[in-house]
Design a protein around this ligand. Structure first.
Ligand SMILES: NC(=O)c1ccc[n+]([C@@H]2O[C@H](COP(=O)([O-])OP(=O)(O)OC[C@H]3O[C@@H](n4cnc5c(N)ncnc54)[C@H](O)[C@@H]3O)[C@@H](O)[C@H]2O)c1
Length: 257
């Protein structure tokens, strides 16, 4: 197994990409702390892992709270003596351009999606240094590379995640802390389903989004989780500072036909 015995903590593990990443890492032998602002959903993911024969623990962790992060990290380290993999995945999306967004919405988006990565990385950095290394993985987005209409705060937050990934990668290299991010295209999760539901014709919006991807479909949480498993594994031992685009070809060019 590719992550045998590794200790992992995943944020936003109660739903979508985070839940699937927790499950896939556990299936590869990792012991996973499934965390989410909604502790009940984190517990549910941990229960699914246990039912499948893996080892996991559900915990409440709000990525906007330094205290909440510190408590969860301390619990993991107290229980296992180390923390090998941190997946900064929790995120929200607040649609709007500069004209529509309020300052409060801007602050919330940047806080949950970007500052959280700084906070969580800071909380594990000393432990990873002391234990001789670790892996930090971040869920960015193609929206951090190419602008999406009426999505200014989200795109900016994810562009920040891409750059913070590179900064942490070079700063962590000497301590053998590898840092990478994944940039998904549109992935079928409750987040994107909520976005479709808000459109005048949700099914047409879903079809349109799928057709924008040259490979002809929306992403599945497993597409992203498998990329995270690779980046967390020793197979990626010479990979750091990368923004791995997993998007069905979305930002490579126009779809065929
Ligand atoms: N779905 C997509 O198309 C897509 C594309 C690119 C990037 N992403 C990114 O993937 C990540 C996961 O999104 P998803 O699509 O699985 O969405 P999701 O809504 O299914 O899951 C997000 C999870 O984050 C949790 N969360 C929100 N705020 C939190 C907080 N303050 N503290 C802790 N947990 C919190 C939610 O409770 C939820 O369980 C996000 O960072 C998102 O921006 C998603």
């Amino acid at each position: 197994m590719r992550l045998q015995g590794k200790i992992a903590l995943v944020t936003g593990a109660g739903s979508g990409i985070g839940a699937e990443t927790a499950r896939r890492m556990a299936a590869q032998g990792a012991i996973v702390a499934c965390t989410d602002r909604r502790g009940d959903t984190a517990e549910a993911t941990a229960a699914q892992i246990a039912a499948a024969g893996g080892t996991a623990q559900g915990m409440t962790l709000d990525v906007t709270s330094t205290e909440s992060i510190a408590a969860a990290v301390a619990r993991v380290v107290a229980g296992h003596g180390r923390l090998d993999i941190l997946v900064n995945n929790a995120g929200v999306t607040i649609v709007g351009g500069v004209a529509e967004l309020t300052e409060a919405q801007w602050d919330l988006e940047l806080d949950v999606n970007l500052k959280s990565v700084f906070r969580c990385a800071k909380a594990v950095w000393g432990q990873m240094q002391a234990q001789g290394g670790g892996v930090i993985l971040n869920t960015a987005s193609i929206a951090g590379i190419t602008a999406i209409p009426s999505d200014a705060a989200y795109c900016t937050s994810k562009a920040g995640v891409v750059m913070l990934t590179k900064c942490m990668a070079i700063d962590g290299a000497g301590a053998k802390i590898r840092v990478n991010c994944v940039c998904p295209g549109f992935v079928e999760t409750p987040m994107i389903q909520g976005y479709f539901a808000d459109q005048p014709d949700p099914e047409a919006a879903r079809r349109h989004a799928a057709n924008m991807h040259p490979l002809g479909r929306l992403g599945r949480p497993t597409d992203i989780a498998d990329a995270f498993v690779y980046l967390a594994s020793d197979e990626a031992s010479w990979v750091t500072g990368t923004a791995l685009v997993v998007d069905g070809g979305l930002i490579s060019g126009l779809p065929p036909g």
